[in-house]
Design a binder for this molecule. Structure first.
Ligand code: BES
Ligand code: MN
Ligand code: ZN
Length: 509
């Protein structure tokens, strides 16, 4: 995969020496102004004529390719329909940028000049519109093709090398430059998460995930440390080690640390905790064969944390952050943990194992206990935790629960800004009964299937205890079955953008 370089310049879009120009049109506009108007004039009114003929309507998803036949240095103009101006927002700007980038790639575009979408009559702030353009473009063009011997079979993405973002008004240039930079950092982090989560588990072992985090640390200046089996024994990680004992792969507890330059010592560090199950076979409570391949991505939460830390290192918020990834493989074997086992987590609480397929909460129990002991606050965990979250919410919203409404509201606000969908499920004291055990401190699962996403969260609650905490169950949205807006088939990179925004907001408080 080769992604285009993004450059911001001030000038007139009609004079750009590129192969393709991108302008846009809101639905219902009959006399386009701005850049679209300038291109229309240079083309002798071709765009207005197409509108008059009813061929160009500005509807969302509409792409019109016009050949310039020497009237402009660029050989082609693409007019992108933006839909109705009312209700245009950053989400649409981001998704339009992604769809447009894929359209351009399919048409063999190489060097493209575009304006930012929506900063005119769309009413979006220039910096935010520019960020959406960069984010959407780079997320939309993502492809996981490193294992394809013959890459780019259908279209030539090696050729799409440059996207020039043209701004007519020089006064807006700094804002647009900054927006594009933040968008690039955010998209590159999301695409890193996708790369890690799309990788097969034969390569993406706990050790390999730790190496990926080490590489991020080396490139960004983050502090990195990973703990192996023996060290975790010392640390009392009995729940994670129980899951890992069935696998030939050594588990890891991966940590990344960003120290904020000017943060007051009294301000606690935020902890981002990601489930890092590099393959979830279910263990002795083995899963059915159908769809089991997707469980190579059961480390999506961990990948999201490593990726968010990469962006955080670049964006330098005024709050310190720890990224924690408990990583293990869940396998059935002669040494595997079993239903009925009783194990002790890092906070001293015992867990009665009921179903070895409920392994994610075991890893998170130890990681949350450790984070709490270190004094981090708030704790944000992200995990492909339950199929029940998908049953509850369907494929478009991930779940969020927690013990502190202010923290949950902070994550929800960040998610809204980032353009990711989360929906809160209840986690009131009533649910405590679901995870009571007769023989241990905590029962690993609820009884029966009702409220499975909530009983899983309730188990985590036993280990976050009273530290402000929010839990993101991304099982519904960690993967996409099709290319749609910023999403491409495969890992979505969900929660990367939300965590980045959350931390930036936390630093601004
Ligand atoms: N990793 C799965 C959850 C999952 C399923 C994520 C499908 C994404 C897609 C998790 O470890 C799991 O197996 N959960 C069980 C819990 C049950 C045994 C209490 C589940 O959801 O069935
Ligand atoms: Mn499982
Ligand atoms: Zn799992």
């Amino acid at each position: 995969m080769n992604l285009p370089r993004l450059t911001v310049t001030t000038g007139d879009i009609t004079t750009q020496q590129v192969d393709t120009l991108v302008v846009n049109l809101f639905e219902g506009v009959t006399a386009p102004g701005g850049a679209t108007g300038a291109v229309d004039a240079a083309l002798g009114g071709a765009i207005t004529q197409l509108i008059g003929d009813g061929e160009l309507k500005g509807k969302s998803g509409e792409y019109t390719l016009i050949h310039t036949f020497g009237k402009l240095p660029a050989r082609r103009v693409v007019v992108v329909g933006l839909g109705k101006a009312a209700g245009f927002d950053l989400n649409r700007a981001r998704n339009v940028a992604a769809e447009t980038a894929r359209y351009l790639r399919s048409k063999g575009a190489k060097r493209v000049a575009t304006i930012v979408h929506g900063a005119g009559i769309g009413g979006v702030e220039p910096a935010a519109a520019a960020q959406a353009l960069a984010e959407g473009t780079l997320m939309g063009l993502y492809r996981f093709d490193r294992h394809k011997s013959k890459r780019n079979e259908t279209s030539d993405d090696a050729g799409f090398t440059e996207l020039l973002v043209i701004e007519h008004d020089a006064a807006k240039l700094p804002a647009i430059q900054q927006g594009v930079e933040i968008g690039r950092i955010t998209a590159e982090a999301t695409n890193l998460c996708r790369d890690l989560a799309n990788e097969g588990s034969n390569e993406m072992t706990p050790k390999h995930l730790a190496e990926a985090a080490r590489t991020v640390a080396a490139a960004t200046g983050l502090a990195f440390r990973t703990y192996g089996r023996d060290e975790m024994q010392q640390m009392g990680f009995g729940a994670l080690l129980a899951v890992a004992q069935g696998s030939a792969q050594e588990p890891q507890f991966i940590t990344l640390h960003y120290q904020a330059p000017g943060a007051p010592a009294s301000k606690p560090a935020v902890a981002l905790v990601g489930k890092g199950v590099t393959f979830d076979s279910g263990g002795i409570s083995i899963k059915p064969a159908e769809g089991m391949d997707a469980m190579k991505s059961d480390m999506s939460g961990g990948a999201a944390v490593i990726a968010a830390m990469q962006a955080i290192a670049a964006l330098k918020p005024a709050v310190s952050v720890w990224g924690l990834v408990p990583a293990a493989e869940n396998m059935p074997s002669a040494t595997a943990y079993k239903p009925g086992d009783i194990v002790k987590a890092a906070n001293g609480k015992t867990i009665e194992v009921v179903n070895t397929d409920a392994e994610g909460r075991m890893l998170l129990a130890d990681a949350l206990s450790w984070a709490r002991k270190e004094g981090f606050s708030p704790l944000i965990d992200v995990a492909t935790l339950t199929g029940a979250a998908s049953v509850a919410l369907g494929p478009y919203y991930a779940g969020i629960m927690g013990n502190d409404q202010a923290t949950i509201d902070g994550v929800l606000a960040a998610a809204k800004e980032a353009g990711e969908n989360f929906w809160q499920l209840p986690l009131t004291d009533e649910y405590k009964d679901l995870v009571k055990s007769d023989i241990a401190d905590v029962r690993q699962t609820g009884t029966g299937r009702a409220g499975g996403a909530i009983s899983a969260a309730q188990v985590l609650h036993e280990f976050a205890e009273d530290t402000p905490w929010a839990h993101l169950d991304i099982a519904p949205t960690y993967r996409s079955n099709s290319d749609k807006g910023v999403l491409v088939k495969g890992s979505t990179g969900v929660a990367v953008r939300t965590m980045i925004r959350f931390v930036m907001r936390q630093g601004a408080e």
